[in-house]
Design a binder for this molecule. Sequence first.
Ligand SMILES: *Cc1c(COP(=O)(O)O)cnc(C)c1O
Length: 467
Amino acid sequence: MEDYKHPAEPFRIKSIESIALRTREEREQILKEAKYNIFKIKAEDIYIDLLTDSGTGAMSTTQWAALMLGDESYAGARSFYRFENIVKGITSKKHIIPTHQGRVAENVFFSTVLKRGDYIPNNTHFDTTRANASHKGGIPVDFPCPEAAIADELPFKGNMDTRRLESFINEKGADKIPVVFMTVTNNSMGGQPVSMANIKETAAICKKYGIMFFFDCARYAENCYFIKHYEPGYESKTIKKIAQEMFSYSDGALMSAKKDGLANMGGFAAVNDDDLAQRMIELLIIIEGFPTYGGMSGRDMDTVAVGLAEALNEDYLAYRIGQIEYFGKIIERAGAPIIKPTGGHAIFIDAGKFLPHIPSEEFPGQALAVELYKEGGIRGVEIGSLMFGGYDPVTGEKITALRELVRLAVPRRMYTGSHLDYVAEIVGKIAKKKGELGGLKITRQSSYLRHFTVELEKLAMNRIGIV
Ligand SMILES: *Cc1c(COP(=O)(O)O)cnc(C)c1O
């Protein structure tokens, strides 16, 4: 059997946090009480938490030190200027608007630019982006590249389908499309990266039709690492240079600093247009705070400023991307099909393929997520028909997701290679008895982001003729 190697961590551990595994009986009871919604399980009852890589990473000693330097002045804090300086250095945008999370940047932006019935194309919307766009009256549309749906290992499966984008613009009219988004890396499409060529092409289309071009750039540093290693012409450029080029094609960006900001909280909008920035800031003051803190404390802005710089470090990124690659290999070897190649922040188990006897309507991804907890105290998240399904608000038609995935996201600088080995061992145990797993049924749900609050119950196995 092939031997895979976890990259040596480019750091050592200075402070630890204990974790413990509950007994099987306790885990079964916990699942029942959580109504089979893993978001409702208490963190202390989780052994390995791969729910998200958002805000869950470990900060460096430099970030903890920066925290003490936080300037908590209401207006014009030094922390803001340090934060603004680093964000400007990367994005080269004129106005940096701090927010406490990415979704507030989305709220402020969409509330300002959208008219009811406007379309927002994206390579693929992330869930909060989709929800914010529709909540403000917009119609989010996704144009993932055709290669995203095939099994081949291609390097840039996060790309935008630029041909479909352009024909969509021609069909609906540019006046119905205020902005086109590019999500880097493409979170909902397996964390796959987008190539610089595709970014340039998309930007050129937007320019041709006079449409703004924005990044949803939570994981831009990871995306730049992929560009450096897989796109000809970038091998000898620094990650920062690649990032600067990438942002130079855009009119702005929205970022959740809880990912490549290597911080536990934070975000921003970066925009060039003076009038747009002014209108966004007016709303920011009402819902978040004064424009030099926007919902963050001074110390938060300092940890983000340091984190943004650390995330551009190549040793860190090589370890980060290498860790995910290793994780994908050992999960596959354990018997679960995954989306390949592995992306930047997570591995995605194809639960639809893994559990072909469970139909989409019965949420095979959620069935696997529940089993991972039951078997090993592991928390992942379903990204499939539970997250994206439901009913079309216009036609009332039933929607199921393109694919039924379970994401195992890896918090940054947090778990070691042996933690990941443990997860693979549990996946191997589940693979051996996967035919025994049954589906789930929704008993309660909300209209937006239903996966956060949904309640479910287990379906009896023999209901669909499987014993
Ligand atoms: C996390 C994320 C967001 C939302 O950011 P929050 O900080 O969680 O509000 C938006 N887009 C993408 C691609 C993300 O990964």
